[in-house]
Ligand binder design. Structure first.
Ligand code: B12
Length: 210
């Protein structure tokens, strides 16, 4: 099994060569894709802490994002193998307006697709109107909102309010996810559910899909 402690440290230290080496080992052996994602995510938390402490700069966040994006792309087919399928429902997934973080969203997407969901991925920085319009045009009933910045909570709320304003709130189920999301935030903005882990989000959406 690959050395996940080393992987976490290498991600935090932005040692791209070591990250690539360990990820390639996971891909070759076909074992530990989920553990590798978890280790990289923990390393990203170190990157965030060092940024907050003034040791890393925005350029380091960008570099960390590139390293992790490459890792997730390589691991996605394996994550698909580790998830279980059983639905074909369609859902919308989007990082809400003003938030440009998409690594977590892309991991959740890989899990959804592996479970059989058809994912309409609207990308990053997606305004509420675009999400409402897409749901209306394509008759999609499950909406998954991603956000990593604290201010994403405001845009998630604005998105939910936009569904209410369009008279569609009772027609859709809305799941919010990402770092700042919590039970309190979910209740305050009147989302239907919240989750951090991709596997929880699949359980919830499968229930909604019937
Ligand atoms: C990489 C990174 C960036 C990259 C992102 C690249 C990309 N393609 O995504 C770039 C350089 C763009 C960036 C920019 C900025 N960033 Co930044 N960034 C990060 C960093 C280091 C890692 C984020 C990450 O990818 N984590 C790994 C993934 C896997 O974790 P995740 O996103 O949480 O996703 C998991 C779960 O949350 C969940 N999930 C995610 N989405 C969803 C959706 C659903 C539906 C569900 C169910 C679950 C779910 O599943 C995922 C897998 O487990 C974090 C530090 C941290 N602690 O997170 C800072 C961090 C998020 N950034 C921060 C800041 C301040 C910024 C900037 C403002 C910096 C600046 N001065 O310009 C800008 C803002 C740009 C913007 N408008 O969005 C702060 C946010 C502070 C706050 N509380 O709001 C953090 C926390 C760093 C810090 N500690 O200060 N950043």
């Amino acid at each position: 099994m690959a050395d996940f402690v080393k992987l976490k440290e290498a991600m935090g230290d932005l040692e791209e060569d070591i990250v690539v080496e360990i990820i390639d080992e996971v891909v070759e052996t076909g074992e530990g894709a989920q553990a590798a994602v978890d280790a990289c995510s923990e390393g990203m938390a170190t990157v965030g802490d060092r940024f907050e402490a003034g040791e890393y700069f925005v350029s380091d966040l960008i570099y960390a994002g590139e390293i992790m994006t490459d890792a997730v792309q390589k691991l996605s087919p394996l994550l698909a193998g580790e998830a279980d399928s059983g639905t074909s429902a369609k859902l919308i997934l989007a990082t809400v307006k003003d938030d440009l973080h998409d690594i977590g969203k892309n991991i959740v997407k890989a899990f959804f697709e592996a479970s059989g969901f058809q994912v309409v991925d609207l990308g990053i920085d997606v305004p509420p109107e675009k999400i409402v319009e897409t749901a209306k045009e394509q008759g999609i009933k499950i909406i998954c909102l991603s956000g990593v910045l604290t201010l994403a909570l405001d845009t998630m709320k604005a998105t939910i309010d936009a569904f209410t304003a369009a008279g569609m709130r009772d027609d859709v189920k809305i799941l919010i996810g990402g770092n700042p999301v919590s039970a309190e935030a979910c209740e305050a903005m009147k989302a239907d559910a919240w989750a951090h882990s991709p596997s929880d989000s699949i359980k919830i959406c499968k229930e909604w899909a019937g």
